[in-house]
Ligand binder design. Sequence first.
Ligand SMILES: [Mg+2]
Length: 261
Amino acid sequence: MDVASNAAKHEQKEVGTAIPDGINAWVFDLDNTLYPAECHLFRQIDANMALFIQRLLSLPADKARALQKHYYVKYGTTLSGLMREHGVQPAEFMSFVHDIDLSAVPENPRLAEYIAALPGQKSIFTNGSVAHAENVIGKIGLSGLFDNIFDIEAADFTPKPHHNAYRHFLARTNIDPQNAIMFEDLADNLAVPHALGMTTVLICSNARWMDDEPVDKRPATGDMKAHLEHEHIHHVTDDITSFLGDIVRTLTSTPTIGAAI
Ligand SMILES: [Mg+2]
């Protein structure tokens, strides 16, 4: 499917859950998507990245943080920059930055119930690590609900939103993008899925971000309807749990006789 026809498929856009028929693959980003951005878990990871660079290169804190954001913008992740420019081993970096306190992440039994009820294949597609994903979904109460956890290592350290990350993901999972829906808090990460024919859902929050966070790398905030002006955003919600609950109710409701005729 080309971009124009996928746009036509979703031309009746709204803040709501009228997803196309035939979805059988559910693809979830992890951080700030499966738990609320307001937990500010990323702040802990962010601070650990700066500390890692500070120690690695014996830099003062402000210089380390500036370099961290420079690599993030230039290479897509801080890790990619550290691997390319400093030969950092990814496992060492990952275990250091993901050593965080998960107590702010709320358990979400309703989300678990709805994800369990979705028909078809369920995947996590994250620029983080499998270990981090397993820790976080364990805290939320989602362990065992996903068929795949596809991480930055599986993507050969090519992060979203790079096209190759999605190619690796689709090859690994055997998902047909035209029957897939992807949930993400970073609008940029939905551009390629849209181009591939996937349905896209942007997760919005009211979280506040550090002033030096690159603007186009911040999770979506603000007026939800404004995001729909972008062709690659098909749906927007600030409550993934209710959004999935509506989908599950729609999928499991018995058609009326009138609808059958
Ligand atoms: Mg995210």
